[in-house]
Design a protein. Structure first.
Ligand code: 5GP
Length: 190
């Protein structure tokens, strides 16, 4: 069986990457890696579906057990990718999507140089601010923290293989599909 592609997607908070990925994941050839986090669930978020929500202690135990492929701190919480489901799904031919922040992505770059790195950028920082305010899931303080973080993350986009600007949603989705198709057709992946 041909192995799937490991696809790492990063985007500053409020770039609409969730909306893009929801469309992409309708295709069963993809497997979305559910991360573990110590962040509290937002309204509507389900344990085991959106994240595995863990206590600090549980998370740190898993670090000690080497259960994470990568992990990082982001705005005061731990986030990490569990190793086992990734390996299993790649082996059975799924394209595995890791939706992770920049530091975690750079850890994967070192560990898995064959992975593909996609950065989703907003048309502007002003657009990020509007989306975060409109989403209304974070306090003004956290929104400011995330905006600062977004600015820093935008400076890292040159470390990725592809940059997709999410201005018009349908175009961003089409761009994402084109990138994956081109990767599938590469001689070394065919
Ligand atoms: P949020 O709290 O908005 O769900 O996620 C905050 C940030 O953490 C986002 O940039 C998201 O992509 C990132 N993130 C989610 N899961 C992981 C993970 O497993 N590892 C790392 N390094 N970042 C993650």
């Amino acid at each position: 069986m041909k192995k799937g592609l490991l696809i790492v997607v990063s985007a500053p908070s409020g770039c609409g990457k969730g909306t893009i990925l929801r469309q992409i994941l309708k295709d069963e050839k993809y497997y979305y890696s559910v991360s573990a986090t110590t962040r509290k669930p937002r309204e509507g978020e389900i344990d085991g579906v959106h994240y595995c929500f863990l206590s600090h202690e549980q998370f740190e135990n898993l670090i000690t057990e080497n259960a994470f492929l990568e992990h990082a701190s982001y705005c005061g919480n731990y986030y990490g990718t569990l190793r086992k489901p990734i390996e299993e799904n790649l082996a059975n031919g799924h394209h595995v999507i890791l939706e992770i922040e920049v530091n975690g992505a750079m850890q994967i770059r070192k560990l898995c140089p064959e992975a593909k790195f996609i950065f989703i950028a907003p048309p502007s920082l002003e657009a990020v601010k509007k989306r975060l305010e409109h989403r209304g899931t974070e306090s003004p303080e956290v929104i400011n923290q995330r905006l600062q973080q977004a600015e820093e993350e935008l400076n890292c986009k040159n470390q990725y293989d592809y940059c997709i600007i999410n201005d018009v949603l349908q175009e961003a989705i089409a761009d994402f599909k084109s990138v994956i198709r081109a990767e599938e057709l590469k001689i070394q992946n065919a």
